[in-house]
Design a protein around this ligand. Sequence first.
Ligand SMILES: Cc1ncc(COP(=O)(O)O)c(C=O)c1O
Length: 437
Amino acid sequence: MEKLREIKNGELYYNGFSLKKLAEEYGTPLKITFLDVISEHINSLKRSFNNAISSIGYKGKFIYLNANKANYGKEEIETAFLAGDGLETSSYYDLLLTQKMFEKNPDHRSKLIVSNGLKLKDYCDEIVNAYNKGLDIIDIIDDLNEYEYLKSKNLPIKVGFRVHLSSLYEAEVPDDRFGLLKDEIDYILNDIKNTKLILTTIHYHQRGFDYVEDKFKENLLKAFNFYLYAKSICDSVDSFDIGGGMPLPISEDFDYDSFALSTLSYLKELCIKNNVSMPNIIGENGKFSQKDSTVNIYKVVGVKNTGEYPWHIVNGSLLIALPEMYALGEPIMVTPISNLDKPIKPVRLAGITCDCDDVFFDREKGYFELPDAETNYIGCIGTGSYQNSMNGKGGVHHCLLPEEKDVIIYTKDGKLESKVRHELQSIEDIYNIINFK
Ligand SMILES: Cc1ncc(COP(=O)(O)O)c(C=O)c1O
C-alpha cells in the first residue's frame, strides 16, 4: 500500500498534495476528502486477498463490502461501492439509501448487500422488498424474532447469523449485545430445513481491532468453529463473514499481503483438517475504506497565556471534529502541516468553543509541539470514518461553530478534479435547521 504522508520542504504532503497549499487555496476551517484514497485502499486489499487466493489455491472468493455506517457521504459510499463488491447496511434507513445507490448505478446491480443490526418489522420488510426487486441480499440474523418473521414470508431469502461475541472474546467486548447465543444457533440450524430460507453465511465482527496475529487467529478460530459446525448441518453455508475491524493504521507499514496470506492459509488448513469446503470470505470494512480519505485543517488564530504552556487556539473545534477521539479514545493524528523544518515550541492546542475539554496535547509530554513560526496550520489526519456519523453533517454544533468548508478531490476520466461540496456553514444554514427565522 502506498504511503500517504510525506514531508517535503517543511510541509506535510498527503496523498501527493501539500496540505498547506490546500489550506491557502480553500481557506480554513477546511475538510478535504481524497476519494481516490478510498478506491486505492479497496483495490489494494482486494489485490492482497486475490493474490493469496491464487498462490495457495484457496477455493473461495474474497468479497469486499463497504460498511456504510463509517461515512454517509454520497461520494464516499459511491466510490466504495464502485470499487468494492457491495455494501453492508446497519439499519432500515441505511438499507433504503443502499438501494438508492444500486438504482443510481444499474451496471453494479448484481453486487451484494449484507444487512446487519437489530431488525424490527420495517427493516425486515425492506429486506424482503430488496429481495423481491431481485437484489442479491443476505440478512444476517441477529435475534430469533427476526428469524421467525422472515421465515413467515415463505421466500428463499439468503440469511446468515451473527455469533454473539461473548462466546468468543469476552474480556475485550464486555458490552457486546449483538448476535445469537449457542442455543439460538442450534434452534436455527435444526429448524431452517423446514423453511424456505437459505442459510449461507456465518458472521462475527471484530471491533476496533489492533492487529496482533495470535490474538486475531484465536478469535478467528473461535468464530470459525461456528462455520464448521453450521456447515456440518447445513450444506448451503458457503461464506464466512469476518465483519469490520480490518487492521489499522492503513497508511503505515502494515503488510496486507502477508496478512491475507496467513489468514487464508489458516482457514484453508482448518477446512482441510475438518473436511469441509473453503468458504468465501466477506469483509465489511468501514474504517479501512474511509478513515484515511479525509483530513481537517485549521489555522492557529489566537494565543492565551493562562496555562503552564501557552494555549494556541485554532479556528474550529477539535472536540467537534474528532468525536471518536474525545468520546472513545480512538487515536487520530493531530499535527502541524507546515514549518516542519523550524524549531519547535511547546504549546497546548485549543478549539475556539467555550468548552474546557476542547483541547489537545500529547498527554505523556504535557504539550503539543508547534513550529515556532508566525502562521501555523494544524491537520487532523484520518477523519474519514465515524467522525461525521457521530458529530452529524449539516447540524448545529457547539457554540454554533460553522461546519468546515467541505471539498472533495478525485480522479475522473484520468483527470484530477475538485469540487466544493459545501461552503463554510453560514448562520442562515444554522437558522434554517433550528427554525429560527
Ligand atoms: C456488523 C459490523 N460490520 C462492520 C463494521 C465496520 O467496522 P470497521 O469500521 O471497524 O471496519 C461494524 C462497525 O461497527 C459492524 O458493527
